[in-house]
Design a binder for this molecule. Structure first.
Ligand code: HEC
Length: 100
């Protein structure tokens, strides 16, 4: 989804949900992104960062956290490096399994 789409959806106060949840090709792409950008801190099931495979965040909260990061923590903002579609792919991957 484009940033414009995200803004429109949030203005309409609709909760965003992951449009590619459960799709094999999204899960495979998300696994690659996880390995290259997230594994270093989140490891197989949490390390420097929490275990993402057990996150209780909603789809929308997950997207928002990855794009904006968490100020004052080591969680970086990926908004310049990952598109919302790519974040959905990572989310589809972490929801598909309980560890890397
Ligand atoms: C430099 C280390 C680092 C990297 C790289 C990193 N994270 Fe994090 N992440 C953290 C830390 C530390 C936290 C905990 C922040 C806090 O204390 O709230 C976190 C928290 C999170 C949370 C919130 C989890 C929850 O249940 O509250 C999400 C979602 C997340 N990271 C996703 C990602 C994704 C996806 C990637 C890869 C694209 C990534 N992170 C890469 C360090 C990292």
């Amino acid at each position: 989804m484009s940033i414009f789409g995200l803004l429109t959806a949030s203005l309409a106060e609709e909760a965003l949900s992951n449009p590619v949840l459960g799709r094999a090709e999204a899960i495979a792409a998300g696994r690659d992104i996880y390995r290259s950008k997230c594994y270093i801190c989140h490891h197989s099931a949490g390390a420097r960062g929490p275990n993402l495979f057990a996150t209780k965040l909603s789809d929308e909260q997950f997207l928002e956290t990855v794009i904006n990061g968490r100020k004052g923590t080591q969680m970086p903002a990926f908004g310049e490096r990952l598109s919302p579609d790519e974040v959905w792919q990572v989310h589809a991957f972490v929801k598909s399994t309980d560890h890397y």
